[in-house]
Ligand binder design. Structure first.
Ligand SMILES: Nc1ncnc2c1ncn2[C@@H]1O[C@H](COP(=O)(O)OP(=O)(O)O)[C@@H](O)[C@H]1O
Ligand SMILES: NC(=O)OP(=O)(O)O
Length: 318
């Protein structure tokens, strides 16, 4: 499928919290309902003819698998965290592809879609292994968190004012192993769901890839891929319409446009917390500085307007 000028190559990244929302237990029907709401907007982008990679988080879902592991460990063997990550790529990729395909078929404009098992190479010496930061699983009260620390020695942290969550190591993605396959599929007009949950963490040990127990930040991994496939726009879809200064404080201010150097400065000032908006801004700055192309950060509802420069926050080079 040839690309016209109005059609762009997009990498869309959306969070696991958009698939299992705060307060939900994360039943498959809840996940499907949330994915349907997200896919309605993605369908609009597909109908406009854009070439697309869809990446998704897995924090809530992979954390739920860890809880199942813990509760069932005397009956069935627990699976390592990299395998739990692979499981979530499969289940979420299935749900996204099936939902989007059904919507496109209904519109009379079918496109080919695939969910691709994707691995991200990490460095086993990454200091992140000594300092777990990636929130996974449900939100707990402080008292529940203290009990989980006592019972299971989990690392637990408060997550952006939303409650306490277990945290696991989150090394940086160094390379996406399946990048060339993804690029080939996208150039041929296939909508690819890839790098789910930031990719399955692996490392190269003496010429053999081995699984590594961690959860990679999907915004950082999606950014890596967006650069690899030379995306025209990297779109980070999350729970807010715009990035703000003084978020949830008196005088909160929406940002329409943010230059890379301003974003870096605000990041250093602590405007964007490390467990939530911080990695998105970091990924955005990296993408605009290395590609010269823009990043948009917005919610699903406003993604089409944001791509037209009429909504959301646009991060641009200096
Ligand atoms: N400065 C900020 N501007 C906008 N949102 C912010 C800011 N700081 C923190 N946030 C919060 O960060 C959230 C995005 O992080 P998170 O929910 O972890 O991402 P994801 O959508 O990838 O799961 C937003 O929905 C918002 O609640
Ligand atoms: N892996 C990851 O970044 O997941 P979330 O987006 O759900 O935090």
């Amino acid at each position: 499928m040839m690309k016209s000028k109005a059609q762009q190559t997009l990498v869309l990244a959306f969070g696991g919290n958009a698939i299992t929302k705060e307060g939900q237990k994360g039943s498959f029907s809840e996940q499907l309902e949330n994915i349907e709401a997200s896919c309605r907007q993605i369908t609009g982008l597909a109908l406009a003819g854009h070439h697309m990679v869809i990446t998704h988080g897995n924090g809530p879902q992979v954390g739920s698998l860890l809880i199942k592991n813990e509760l069932a460990k005397d009956i069935v063997p627990p699976m390592p965290l990299d395998v739990c990550g692979a499981n979530t790529q499969g289940s979420l990729g299935y749900a996204i592809v099936q939902t989007l395909q059904n919507m496109l078929r209904k519109s009379g404009n079918p496109r080919e879609l695939v969910a691709l098992m994707t691995r991200s190479v990490v460095d086993p010496a990454d200091p992140a292994f000594q300092n777990p930061t990636k929130p996974v699983g449900p939100f707990f009260t402080r008292e529940q968190a203290e009990e989980l620390i006592r019972l299971y020695a989990y690392h637990m942290r408060e997550d952006s004012g939303r409650g306490w969550r277990r945290v696991v190591p989150s090394p940086r993605p160094v390379a996406i192993l399946e990048r060339s396959v993804i690029q080939g599929l996208v150039e041929n007009g296939v909508i690819v769901v890839a790098v789910g949950g930031g990719g399955i963490p692996v490392s190269d040990k003496e010429g053999r890839y081995i699984g590594i127990e961690a959860v990679i930040d999907k915004d950082l991994a999606a950014e890596r891929l967006a650069q690899d496939i030379k995306a025209d726009v990297f779109a980070i879809l999350t729970g807010v319409r715009k990035v703000c200064l003084d978020y949830r404080k008196p005088g909160q201010k929406d940002l329409d446009v943010l230059r890379a150097s301003e974003a870096t400065e605000y990041l250093a000032q602590g405007q964007f917390p490390s467990g939530s908006m911080g990695p998105k801004i970091e990924a955005a700055v990296h993408f605009v500085e290395h590609s010269g192309n823009p990043v948009i950060i917005t919610d699903f509802e406003h993604v089409q307007a944001a791509l037209n420069g009429q909504d959301g926050t646009r991060i641009i080079p200096d």
